[in-house]
Design a binder for this molecule. Structure first.
Ligand SMILES: *[C@@H]1O[C@H](CO)[C@@H](O)[C@H](O)[C@H]1NC(C)=O
Ligand SMILES: *[C@@H]1O[C@H](CO)[C@@H](O)[C@H](O)[C@H]1NC(C)=O
Ligand SMILES: *[C@@H]1O[C@H](CO)[C@@H](O)[C@H](O)[C@H]1NC(C)=O
Ligand SMILES: *[C@@H]1O[C@H](CO)[C@@H](O)[C@H](O)[C@H]1NC(C)=O
Ligand SMILES: *[C@@H]1O[C@H](CO)[C@@H](O)[C@H](O)[C@H]1NC(C)=O
Ligand SMILES: *[C@@H]1O[C@H](CO)[C@@H](O)[C@H](O)[C@H]1NC(C)=O
Ligand SMILES: *[C@@H]1O[C@H](CO)[C@@H](O)[C@H](O)[C@H]1NC(C)=O
Ligand SMILES: *[C@@H]1O[C@H](CO)[C@@H](O)[C@H](O)[C@H]1NC(C)=O
Length: 552
């Protein structure tokens, strides 16, 4: 037996080939064989209302290849023919046309015969099938868990993908396709899904995770597979680390994005000593580490740094004792109420103090009944008056048609219709959906940008595999130099691959938030555009800040 194997190591015949996308193979008689005999014929079949374009049947040749291998077989959508009855020209003739993107096969004109029949057989419409190669994006969308952002981000990404695929000026030879799983915002679950993405066909050209924990896992592993990772929803400052995450990009800014804005305001109001109070959580700790670095560069000192786990009473007392005036507070909304109840008790508010908080709390957060605190709504309203918030702008406030020819308002309307009447308030990731949309555009534009340089090197995007570093570095270079107008604003990445974006500055005046300015960090750190100060406190919709100037 061994001897026989040695003499006939390769049985004459052909190896099984893969069916076209959206299609299958009909095997006559045999099914399980891995090697099919000479003269054996396979036939392609297409799913749905698709028809085969290219060879429909292939035969195994004696030299172990199949017939017509140079010609691809594709399953193309066919559509109904529209009859445009041109009664005005001639009542007995009809011109046959196809929907855009489809080509007509058969005669395009038909005459009505005396027998009451059309004289030409009904033609079919075939899609042009110009996009030959599929490029796959492996995505993880959390549909549940700590941040169920996939609920809105997935339809949003899908919408971008449909538009990109329909554009003849972006990747005309390719079609992008999303292969996605629900990570449940859980790194454990994501480990399993990452394995599936990497070890099952087809090859993915990029990975798109959401949730900081999941992105950390994916971005750390991806380098081994020469994969670029592009996240649409991760704010952890820890991800801004090119040593640990060399191929990571995100359209969601890092939580540290607030800091340049804060520093700019300190400088504007000429404050040189500030204090901080934080809830002890990784994201706030690393944000304050970053702030410490930045204020130092600006010649500003952090004189007091306080932190608390759950009860802020002692920390607030310490701030009072050290006579803190300008205070940056980083904590979640529930803790914010506890802090300001203590602030009220310690009288750490009023004209001599300015608080800087995060802008993503509910608008009426200080009025919400909370059994954990002892202050009345009146007491709270008194304590929070005049504080300043910074918030990352995720929806372009300007009415401009960006690269996708959609304004942010049109984008929202289109997303709402995709969500089919679901309440945005109850749809996870609705706020971040513009970032998922812009992530797909950033990717498509970057891939489009690689086509020419790759061609010059004799490479093509479809050659990508996990051992291939050249194509990865070309995509990296293209993403690194991204700069386009998206529905979330200007899309630019910093040297760590994090999104730079605009921040909105608001102040609580008379119990409600008033816009006092915008700050655009996407214009910082960029060599092409020197440090233009983009602090706009005189925008038409902004009101003057009150109180802040009295703080010293
Ligand atoms: C196999 O044979 C066919 C026709 O006989 C020929 O066109 C094809 O190039 C051959 N392939 C290889 C790999 O030799
Ligand atoms: C029908 O086909 C002819 C040539 O094949 C072409 O000149 C004509 O424009 C076509 N008409 C329509 C309506 O597509
Ligand atoms: C795709 O593009 C064609 C023309 O370029 C347009 O008629 C069609 O509406 C587009 N489809 C979508 C889904 O945008
Ligand atoms: C895509 O790349 C081509 C060149 O390869 C370029 O002409 C085209 O403008 C690019 N499309 C966009 C939308 O930038
Ligand atoms: C609320 O206030 C009362 C009296 O001022 C005090 O005894 C009590 O401990 C306070 N409770 C909390 C939760 O602070
Ligand atoms: C807190 O508010 C209540 C009214 O809701 C008021 O009676 C009380 O005096 C306030 N406390 C202080 C210390 O001002
Ligand atoms: C952009 O959209 C507007 C309104 O939908 C349309 O009038 C315009 O032709 C579009 N421009 C391009 C270049 O597609
Ligand atoms: C990416 O851009 C940064 C500046 O934003 C630059 O320092 C870095 O060298 C670029 N990396 C590559 C690989 O081009």
């Amino acid at each position: 037996c061994l001897l026989l194997l040695l003499f006939f190591p390769f049985p004459p015949g052909c190896a099984i080939i893969r069916p076209p996308r959206d299609g299958g193979i009909r095997y006559r008689g045999l099914t399980q064989e891995q090697i099919l005999p000479v003269d054996y014929e396979i036939e392609y079949i297409c799913r749905g209302n698709r028809v085969i374009v290219g060879p429909k049947v292939r035969k195994c040749l004696p030299n172990g290849t199949w017939t017509d291998m140079m010609q691809a077989s594709r399953c193309c959508k066919s559509s109904l023919v529209s009859f445009f009855l041109s009664f005005f020209l001639s009542p007995l003739q009809t011109d046959l046309v196809c929907h855009a993107g489809f080509i007509l096969e058969g005669r395009n004109i038909s005459h009505c015969t005396k027998l009451g029949k059309w004289d030409a057989p009904k033609p079919t419409c075939l899609c042009e099938c110009l996009r030959i190669y599929q490029l796959y994006i492996g995505a993880l969308f959390p549909m549940s868990g700590g941040w169920p952002g996939g609920q809105a981000c997935m339809p949003s990404a899908q919408m971008a993908l449909d538009l990109v695929n329909n554009r003849s000026d972006i990747l005309p030879d390719y079609e992008l396709e999303l292969i996605h799983y629900d990570s449940m915002c859980d790194p454990g679950e994501a480990t399993k899904l990452l394995y599936d993405l990497l070890y099952t066909e087809p090859i993915k050209i990029v990975l798109m995770p959401g949730c900081s924990g999941v992105s950390t896992l994916v971005a750390e592993a991806a380098r081994m597979w020469n994969l670029i990772v592009l996240s649409y929803g991760s704010s952890s400052p820890a991800l801004s680390n090119r040593q640990r995450f060399p191929t990571f990009f995100r359209t969601h800014p890092s939580a540290t994005l607030h800091n340049p804005t804060r520093v700019q305001l300190f400088k504007k109001w000429k404050w040189t000593r500030i204090a901080t109070i934080q809830q002890t959580t990784e994201v706030f700790t690393s944000t304050l580490d970053d702030l410490e670095q930045r204020v130092k560069e600006a010649g500003i000192e952090i004189s007091v740094r306080q932190s608390f786990l759950t009860d802020p009473a002692v920390a607030v007392k310490n701030l009072k004792r050290q006579d803190a005036r300008i205070i940056v507070g980083l904590f979640y909304e529930t803790e914010a109420r506890k802090v300001f109840c203590e602030v009220f008790k310690e009288k750490l508010y009023g004209k001599k103090h300015v608080w800087f908080l995060i802008g993503w709390y509910a608008d009426n957060w200080f009025k919400i009944k909370d059994p954990a605190i002892n202050c009345t709504v009146e007491n709270m309203t008194e304590a929070v008056e005049g504080h300043v918030t910074t918030e990352i702008v995720m929806l372009n406030p300007e009415t401009v048609r960006g690269v996708s020819n959609m304004t942010s308002q049109e984008f929202l309307a289109a997303l709402m219709s995709r969500l089919g009447g679901k309440n945005p308030e109850e749809t996870g990731g609705f706020q971040e959906a513009p970032l998922a949309y812009d992530a797909v555009w950033a990717l498509a534009l970057a891939l489009n940008k690689t086509v020419a340089p790759l061609k010059a090197k004799g490479r093509r995007l479809e050659d990508f595999n996990y051992n291939n570093h050249d194509i990865t570095s070309e995509i990296y270079r293209a993403l690194n130099t991204s700069s386009f107008e998206g529905v979330s604003g200007q899309v630019v990445f910093d040297a760590q691959g994090s999104r730079m974006a605009m921040t909105l500055i608001e102040q609580l005046q008379g119990g409600s938030y008033k816009k006092i300015g915008y700050y655009d960090t996407s214009y910082l750190d960029s060599d092409a555009r020197p440090q233009i100060s983009r602090l706009r406190t005189h925008c038409p919709t902004c009101v003057k800040s009150v109180g802040a100037a009295h703080a010293l």
